[in-house]
Design a protein around this ligand. Structure first.
Ligand code: B12
Length: 218
C-alpha cells in the first residue's frame, strides 16, 4: 500500500500547515511510484479533508486553514487528472452537479474526473448553478446519467428538489446521488424523501459497479 499511515500523516501535516509545494511533492512522488488516481482521490484527498473537517468542527483548526487545505486539494485534482488512464470514448454523456445550495464540490469533481477516465463525456456543473441552469445543461444534449452530490445534512430537502426538477424535465435519465449527507442508509433516506428509482451511490467503486450493470447500460 503506497499511501500508508506515515505517508498520509506527512501529507496531512503539510496540508494543514498550508505547505502547497510540499503537498505537490507528495502527490508527484506517489504518482511516480504508481499510485492510482483512485488511491489519491480516496486515501489521500478525501481522507485528509475529512480529518481537516473533523479538526475544524472541534476547533483545532481555523476556517482559514480549512480554506487553504481545500484550495490546495483543488489544485492537486487538476494535477492528477492528466495522469488518469483514460478509456476510449464510450459515447455516453453525464452531467455532474452539486445539489441546490450545496457548496461542497470536491466530491462531485472527483466523480466527474472518474467518469471521464471511464470514457464518458462529462459536463461538471459543480456548485452555484440554479436548478433551472442545471436542467438546461441536462437537456442540452441527450444525457445518460445525472450525478448529484450532497454533503450537508440540512441540504437533503434541496437535493430532493434538484432531483425532482431533473426528473420533471427528463423522466428517463438515470439519476445517481452520493455524498456524506446520505450516510450509509442512503437508499432508505432517498425513499423517505420520496425519490424512488434514484440510485444511492456512496463510493467510486459503487459508481463503477452501477455503470457496468447490464440493467443500467445506457
Ligand atoms: C472543504 C469543506 C467546505 C468548503 C467546500 C469548498 C469546496 N470547494 O468544495 C466550504 C468552505 C465552502 C464549506 C462550507 C460549509 N461547510 Co464544509 N466542509 C468541508 C470539508 C472539510 C471537506 C469536504 C470535502 O471536500 N470532502 C472530500 C470529498 C472528496 O469527500 P466527499 O464529498 O464525501 O466525496 C466522496 C464521496 O462522498 C463520494 N461522492 C460525493 N458526492 C458524490 C456524488 C455521486 C453521484 C457519487 C457517485 C459519489 C459521490 O465520492 C467522493 C470521493 O470518494 C467537510 C468535511 C467532510 N467530512 O467532508 C466539511 C463539512 C462537509 N462542512 C460542513 C459544514 C457544516 C459547512 C457549512 C454549513 C459551514 C458554515 N457554517 O458555513 C458550510 C456550508 C456551505 C454550503 N452552502 O454548502 C460539515 C457538514 C456537517 C453536516 N452534518 O451536515 C462538514 C462535515 C464539516 C464537519 N465536520 O462538521 N465546507
Amino acid at each position: 500500500m503506497l499511501i500508508d499511515d506515515q505517508r498520509f500523516h506527512a501529507y496531512l501535516a503539510d496540508l494543514v500547515a498550508g505547505r502547497r509545494e510540499a503537498c505537490i511533492h507528495h502527490v508527484d512522488a506517489l504518482l511516480a511510484q504508481g499510485a492510482t488516481a483512485r488511491e489519491l482521490y480516496v486515501d489521500l484527498f478525501q481522507a485528509s479533508l475529512y480529518e481537516v473537517g473533523h479538526r475544524w468542527e472541534t476547533g483545532e483548526v481555523s476556517v482559514a486553514t480549512e480554506h487553504v487545505a481545500t484550495a490546495i486539494t483543488e489544485e492537486l485534482l487538476g494535477r492528477v487528472f492528466p495522469q488518469v488512464a483514460r478509456r476510449a470514448p464510450v459515447g455516453h454523456r453525464a452531467v455532474v452537479s452539486c445539489a441546490a445550495d450545496e457548496f461542497h464540490q470536491i466530491g462531485g469533481r472527483i466523480v466527474a474526473d472518474t467518469l471521464e477516465g471511464m470514457g464518458w463525456d462529462v459536463d461538471f456543473v459543480g456548485a452555484g448553478a440554479s436548478m433551472a441552469e442545471l436542467v438546461d445543461c441536462v437537456m442540452r444534449a441527450p444525457a445518460d446519467l445525472v450525478a448529484v452530490s450532497v454533503s450537508v445534512d440540512a441540504h437533503l430537502a434541496r437535493m430532493a428538489q434538484t432531483v425532482r426538477a431533473v426528473r420533471a424535465a427528463d423522466p428517463r435519465v438515470p439519476i445517481a446521488v452520493g455524498g456524506r449527507a446520505l450516510g450509509h442508509d442512503g437508499a432508505a433516506r432517498l425513499a423517505s424523501l420520496g425519490l424512488p428509482g434514484v440510485h444511492h451511490v456512496p463510493t467510486l467503486e459503487a459508481l463503477e459497479a452501477l455503470l457496468t450493470l447490464e440493467a443500467f447500460r445506457p
